[in-house]
Design a protein around this ligand. Structure first.
Ligand code: ATR
Length: 275
């Protein structure tokens, strides 16, 4: 029986997930499919019924449904619950739908693959931004046992609310606080939209960071954001956001099709050509 998986969003045309999963389906000779569906918020419960009745093994969920599917899942993994959003659905044999959030796994997988040893002895990290993406990153850093995570945001009150919402070693502040604390930071993560299409932070002084620090960006268009370019110029280790996009797809594919796929350079190049 052909196994089917999906990605739902509204709109959905921009999603790179069909290319990623389609490449793996071909590479591993799997009798399966992965297709995009444009599903409006009104149609979401109906689509969920299609999943429950067995038409699909599962699928991915993207904007604007990541929070809404949360209420529709029968079970959730505890970290998805803490993050408050699910992006991967897996239909269980009994028809129940399990929701997970693979963003945090993608973030960790990307750093593990491209910045080996990044978390060894890492004491202090800085997360820029306090939106939905930041939430998944905070959960990931807490899971890795980082003892101090500064959450710096343009709007300080939002950083404070996020730091209070998740139990952990989180210290909120404004972006201007960066210069004061960066000397102790081994990792900087940009979760804001700054960097998209070449925009830059105008206030961050990366020269304050220790030369052993790693800088990573969730933005992947362009792949080398102004933040990563500046970090490179400072001699720092950098990890781009495209890897996170690829790595976050691994757990879903493994669950639906029974093969743990490789994030290869060929796949990376294929996706990069479409950006
Ligand atoms: P996501 O779910 O992708 O994280 P979001 O919830 O809209 O998206 O969050 C966007 C983040 O980018 C926020 O932290 C936002 O800062 P504010 O809380 O102050 O809005 C940050 N952001 C967006 N544009 C920014 C800019 N030009 N400078 C600094 N931060 C910016």
């Amino acid at each position: 029986m052909t196994r089917k998986a999906f990605v739902i969003g509204h709109p959905i045309a921009h999603s790179r997930s069909p290319l990623i999963h389609g490449t793996w389906i071909t590479q591993y000779g799997i009798d399966g499919s992965y297709e995009p569906f444009d599903v409006s918020p009104d149609d979401l419960p109906l689509f969920f019924e299609r999943l429950k009745t067995g038409e699909f093994a599962g699928g991915n969920v993207t904007i604007p449904h990541k929070e809404a599917v949360f209420a529709l899942c029968d079970t959730l993994d505890p970290l998805a619950e803490t993050i408050g959003a699910a992006n991967t659905l897996v239909r269980q044999p009994d028809g129940r739908v399990h929701g997970t959030n693979t963003d945090y796994l993608g973030f960790l997988g990307n750093l593990d693959a491209n910045a080996q040893g990044w978390s060894e002895g890492l004491d202090t990290a800085i997360v820029l931004g306090a939106g939905g993406a930041a939430r998944a990153i905070l959960v990931a850093l807490k899971a890795r046992g980082i003892s101090r995570v500064h959450v710096l945001n343009r709007t300080k009150a939002t950083a404070r609310r996020l730091a209070e919402a998740i139990d952990g070693p989180f210290h909120p502040g404004g972006l201007e606080y960066f210069t004061e604390i960066a000397g102790a930071a081994g990792l900087v993560v940009n979760t804001t939209s700054v960097g998209m299409h070449g925009t830059a932070f105008d206030t961050l002084d990366l020269s304050v960071l220790p030369k052993t620090a790693t800088v990573t960006d969730l933005v992947y268009v362009p792949r080398r954001t102004p933040l990563l370019i500046e970090a490179e110029q400072q001699g720092l280790r950098t990890v781009d956001g495209l890897g996170m996009l690829l790595h976050q797809a691994v757990p879903g594919f493994t669950a639906w099709f029974g093969v743990e796929p490789e994030v290869s350079d060929t796949l990376r190049r294929r996706v990069e050509q479409t950006l």
